[in-house]
Design a protein around this ligand. Structure first.
Ligand code: ZL4
Ligand code: CA
Ligand code: ZN
Length: 376
């Protein structure tokens, strides 16, 4: 299939998802998914793909990864009962990153339902690329919430893919380490995980290059620790060779790409310097490989830039990014996008600490060395 040729794209969207709120002041805003959706709509992309509202994930589906006890807790906790049911914030939900907000379980059902649905459509051969911007919540653990994530939709989606496919590749371009997904598949060679993330005095603190998997999974966890200020050019100089090598040696039957948008320049919590084009290049690169692909959301805390980037990446999935007018079309949030009203996330002049001390070259060499050892 030529890279310009069309792909069947499934787009999962639940019109209710944007209404959930983590609470005043909390950086995670589900509303950004609605903003992305309005741009996708305004750019007339909806009639170019199959638009699906996923069946919400049931508690039972969630227990394919999470413990019964934890899912049962999420299914009954309310803002009023949280203090008691978390044993005063010592179990299930710890600290202010993961509040027990109104509608929490439904929100998790939408996020997980979309990723499971995406996996089912891909595995059935009904679509080539499936998109769920409400997914990508990579920190959630088997029996605990972490880093704004409660139910690990990614793990649930990958488990669904493993019913059909022998090998799945998971790639994570969120600024944070994809620890929950790595941990879930740390001892198996049926899933390779590869996370690019800021490392060093940064949440969640895991993801060194020495963490490579265990037992049968040894060598099948790949970590790319990065420093502040990485540019498009630097990012690509490690993403392309590492992912190309993985595709060559691992030959995954499907790829799940977590498109966390906190790796963009100007993100409220992130510290990288990627433009919309640098971020989207990862999507374009994987689309070119002609392997069944799932695109998920994740972090992203400067809402307008998240909306812009996920809309553009939806265009990339469709292969119509070159036809996109970078002057934004009218949409319900148009006024927010001033003063330029453009589909762009520009870089800034911060230092790229990855090139200053040659650490990026070392990280790339180490990763390629790890991958070379896989296939003797
Ligand atoms: C906030 O203002 O580094 C939560 C979280 C809530 C509102 C009111 C409470 C104020 C920033 C963050 C006190 C909040 C204290 N409110 C939060 C070690 C920490 C303990 C908790 O993109 N405090 C924990 C998690 C990270 C920590 C990042 C990224 C998710 C993803 C995928 C998760 N946690 C220090 C912080 C605020 C808040 C303001 C916050 N939390 C920033 N970084 C964290 O990878 C979706
Ligand atoms: Ca990451
Ligand atoms: Zn993040």
């Amino acid at each position: 299939m030529a890279s310009a040729s069309k792909r069947k794209v499934d787009y999962f969207h639940d019109p209710d998802v944007g209404a959930y709120t983590y609470g005043i002041g909390h950086p995670m805003k589900p509303h950004r998914i609605q903003v992305a959706h309005e741009l996708i709509t305004a750019y007339d992309m909806l009639d170019k793909m199959q638009v699906l509202r996923a069946k919400r994930a049931s508690a039972e589906q969630m227990t394919r990864f999470h413990t019964d006890e934890y899912v049962h807790f999420l299914n009954r906790v309310t803002p009023e009962t949280a203090e008691e049911l978390t044993y005063h914030g010592t179990r299930f939900l710890v600290g202010e990153d993961n509040p027990a907000f109104e509608g929490l379980f439904e929100f998790c059902s939408i996020s997980a339902g979309g990723s499971i649905g995406a996996a089912q459509r891909i595995a059935a051969g009904s679509s080539d690329i499936a998109v769920n911007w409400a997914g990508g919540l990579h920190h959630a653990k088997k029996r605990e919430a972490s880093g704004f994530c409660y139910i690990n939709d990614i793990v649930l989606g990958i488990l669904e893919l493993l019913r059909t496919y022998p090998r799945v590749l998971y790639i994570d371009i969120d600024c944070h380490h994809g620890d929950g997904v790595e941990e879930a598949f740390y001892t198996t060679d049926r899933v390779m995980t590869c996370s690019f993330h800021k490392f060093g005095e940064y949440f969640p603190g895991t993801g060194t290059q020495e963490d490579r998997g265990r037992g049968k999974g040894k060598g099948y966890a790949v970590n790319i620790p990065l420093k502040d200020g990485i540019t498009d050019e630097s990012y690509q100089s490690v993403f392309e060779p590492v992912i190309s090598k993985i595709l060559e040696v691992y030959r995954p039957s499907a790829v799940v790409l977590q498109c966390g948008a906190d790796s963009l320049s100007g993100d409220k919590l992130g510290c990288f310097n990627l433009t919309m084009y640098g971020h989207s290049h990862c999507v374009q690169f994987l689309r070119q490989q002609n392997v069944p692909l799932i695109l998920l959301g994740g972090g992203g805390y400067t809402v307008k830039n998240v909306g812009r980037t996920w809309a553009y990446e939806t265009a990339c999935a469709l292969g119509i990014e070159n036809e996109i007018d970078t002057n934004l079309p009218w949409n319900p949030y148009f006024e927010w996008f001033g003063p330029r009203y453009r589909l762009e996330v520009a870089g800034n002049n911060m230092d790229d600490l990855n090139v200053k001390d040659g650490s990026l070259d070392r990280v790339r060499i180490n990763a390629l060395e790890q991958l070379r050892e896989l296939n003797p």
